[in-house]
Design a protein around this ligand. Structure first.
Ligand code: T1G
Length: 695
């Protein structure tokens, strides 16, 4: 087997085995189709195109995965030649068959590259997909034109607008993959497949020439209008899904080359859009959070092969599930058998609901339930590697538990609290090993929400932090590091929104005015609808002072669940403006001496609720509670569904301009006092013309 390095910068290795040319690309970490990879592909295929001894070509990648798409970091910069289209034309029009050998995750431009090949073989464990929509983009290298020609319009629309990955077997059923290879046998299987194609003398067929699936959709515009209607709520505020629908419509109504041109035009518009810049920013922001200046990436981690969870309530049960889902056994501790049974029942019913949706088998439910060891005392935790306390928010109870754990847990075990705002350092002081104590603040429901705040105490050991960050990723969570303060990052960051909403509603705007502005901004729900949903009696209570919420609760208006709250609700739980709530609001405002300022503009409402959040984010940065502004954005987007297409509060603040925010905060400060005082960091950045998130 001879291998020739094509160019000195090349990441390609070429070998020829009995007439089968193999182009192997090795460009860690994910073989992204950046400029060097494109140049290497171009050179390799030109060389093999002219080699008469080569009867067929296999394209394969080294490392963890087949091409994971275009190099996202290149977007927004001048495109370097050769472009993907150049290479795709070269491969698709080769006079000899080209076969893509896919392992890992063949995504975006990587799958599109596979679709210009004549055949595709995938390792059984491989996954493929077109996730560009998650970056505010669309598959811009022919994916919107070729995929429909294989799987049909409806499946193509769903796959491209969802951006989901599908397994190799499903991809084979859809016609995307021709053959499967056993793990470790991809190269051999691909070469054998290529040899067979040559031996059979199969004609070269191109996906672009297939018309049957396209023809079936011609003259049926309802396919697209129905799809738009069905998904209008899901796509609200995002540009890319509509662009994708338009591109697939072009595949049906235009000749192939015109469809490609339309796709490229639509991609160009998306690349330049703020929404896509925000979503590409978020992609890298999520990967930045585990980079901790004083915790080197090669810090050894402690083994976590078994976990103890104290508390089988909503949080404890959800936390236990995140470990069960990755096969880590959990000792679940409660104070009574009834509480244990209740907790186990909730876990089982959660899994059964997942199974009903076809995302889990009954045997998998049993496998996971068998990983649980129920226990009625902390002594059962003597051997676990990690204990997570998830009992109610009482400092005395937590300190008592940690003091006992200090005696029971094995040396080196990590002792974590799920506290959402209590002082972790005080909890740690209840033990003789504060270096082993850390906060793992999950968001409810813990088995669903991806955000995990890893709270480092003053004495938390570096390897404990490294272990927590790695374990978060291993259990499908998105960690951000936080230091100790009231509310850590996400809850502290977002607290001004409900505070300001409750203040503003006394001045004239109604709950529905305010909720509408928040929903139009991109939140799924406004603060008043959220309060009614959660229950006004459940939310933080402060009986020492009179509050509007307290007045509503005093009238037994608990929200959706009882008598309405800020809204009345019809039998279908649809919120209606409430005259009773309006009267209570007016009475409370009068008692507080708040002046009614009548209707306010949407812009005023947005500024009043959201600019204080940006200001709180600046304070969180100043106090070094969060490592970086992008961590704050990750917390807001994943913890509070801040609309991803804005990039989060800090990215959005940079987009609209920090001087504007400072000016508004100063005006609010003049009117309402120092709660609106701009943070020094925010003022400085605004003054210097700098930003939180732009490099
Ligand atoms: N470009 C540049 N860097 C990338 C990258 C990409 N496509 N994908 C990953 N990385 C980096 C990432 O930043 C991280 O860097 C490291 O690789 C490991 O990533 C024309 C327009 C492939 C499933 O959207 O989904 O093709 O932090 O931590 O958990 O139509 O990465 O180590 O320095 O995520 O094992 C479409 C995005 C692009 C795929 C692997 N493709 N990537 O997950 O590792 S647009 C995507 C992923 C496009 C064409 C269009 C995941 C992964 P660092 P990681 P992982």
């Amino acid at each position: 087997m001879n291998s020739v390095v094509v160019t000195d910068k090349s990441v390609a290795t070429i070998s020829v085995e009995d007439g089968i040319g193999v182009v192997s690309i090795d460009s860690p970490p994910v073989n992204a189709l950046g400029a060097v990879v494109r140049q290497s592909l171009n050179d390799s295929f030109r060389q093999l195109a002219n080699d008469a001894a080569v009867k067929a070509i296999v394209l394969i990648c080294e490392g963890r995965t087949f091409f994971a798409g275009a190099d996202i970091s290149e977007f927004g910069r001048p495109i370097q030649e050769p472009r993907l289209a150049t290479i795709f034309d070269l491969i698709e029009n080769m006079s000899k068959p080209v076969l893509a050998a896919i392992h890992g995750t063949g995504l975006g431009g990587g799958l599109e590259l596979a679709l210009v090949c004549h055949h595709r073989v995938a390792e059984r464990t491989a996954k493929v997909g077109l996730p560009e929509v998650k970056l505010g983009l669309l598959p811009g290298a022919g994916g919107t034109q070729r995929l429909p020609r294989i799987v049909g319009i409806e499946d193509a629309l769903e796959l491209i607008t969802s951006g989901r990955q599908i397994g190799a077997a499903e991809a084979q059923r859809l016609g995307l993959i021709d053959a499967l290879a056993e793990p470790g046998a991809l190269r051999t299987t691909a070469i054998q497949f290529a040899r067979q194609v040559v031996a059979d003398g199969r004609p070269l067929t191109r996906i672009r020439d297939r018309e049957d699936a396209i023809a079936a959709a011609r003259g049926k515009p309802e396919i697209f209008s129905d799809f738009r209607t069905k998904n209008s709520r899901l796509f609200r505020g995002f540009r890319a899904p509509e662009a994708i629908v338009k591109a697939v419509e072009a595949a049906v109504n235009l000749p192939f080359e015109a469809g490609i041109a339309r796709e490229r035009e639509l991609l160009g518009e998306l690349v330049a859009s703020v929404e896509s810049q925000a979503q590409r920013y978020m992609f890298f922001a999520e990967r930045e959070t585990t980079k901790i200046p004083d915790v080197p990436s090669d810090t050894p981690v402690r083994p976590v092969k078994s976990v103890g969870v104290i508390g089988a309530g909503t949080m404890g049960g959800g936390i236990a599930m995140t470990f069960l889902n990755v096969g880590i056994p959990v000792t679940l501790v409660e104070t009574s058998q009834a509480a244990l049974d209740r907790g186990l029942g909730v876990i089982r019913s959660n899994y059964e609901n997942t199974a009903k949706k076809g995302r889990m088998s009954v045997s998998q439910i049993e496998e996971r339930m068998e990983l649980i060891t129920p226990a009625l005392g902390l002594d059962a935790l003597s051997d676990v590697d990690l204990v997570i306390e998830a009992v109610f928010e009482s400092m005395s109870v937590k300190k008592e538990i940690f003091s006992k754990l200090d005696q029971i847990a094995r040396p080196g075990a990590i002792l974590a609290s799920n506290t959402s705002f209590l002082d972790l350092d005080e909890i740690a002081e209840a033990t003789t090993r504060p270096e082993d104590v850390i906060g793992l603040h999950y968001f409810s429901p813990a088995n669903v929400m991806r955000l995990l705040e890893v709270v480092r105490g003053e004495k938390t050991a570096l390897d404990v932090i490294a272990t927590a960050m790695k374990l978060a990723k291993q259990t499908g969570k998105q960690p951000i590091l936080a230091r100790v303060c009231n509310g850590f990052v996400a809850n502290r960051l977002m607290s001004p929104r409900s505070r300001q909403a409750e203040a503003l509603v006394l001045e004239g705007p109604t709950p529905s005015d305010i909720d509408r502005v928040m929903v139009e901004y991109g939140f799924a729900m406004g603060p008043f609808q959220m309060a009614d949903l959660v229950g006004l009696d459940v939310l933080g209570r402060n009986d020492s002072i009179r509050t509007l919420r307290g007045d509503l609760v005093a009238k037994d208006r608990l929200g959706q669940k009882k008598n309405g709250g800020y809204y009345d609700y019809d039998e279908r739980r649809k919120p209606q403006p409430s005259p009773v709530a309006a009267r209570l609001i007016a009475e409370f405002a009068a008692a507080q001496g708040v002046q009614n300022r009548g209707v306010q503009t949407d812009e005023d409402i947005r500024a009043r609720l959201l600019f204080p959040i940006v200001n709180e984010g600046a304070r969180i940065l100043e106090e070094k509670i969060a490592l970086r502004a992008s961590d704050i954005d990750v917390a807001a987007v994943l913890g509070y569904n801040w609309p991803a297409y804005t990039g989060g509060p800090m990215f959005w603040a940079d987009t609209i301009g920090l001087p504007l925010i400072v000016a508004n905060l100063r005006a609010f400060q003049d009117q309402y006092g120092d709660t609106f005082k701009p943070a020094a960091l925010l003022e400085q950045l605004a003054k210097d013309g700098k930003s939180f998130t732009r490099k």
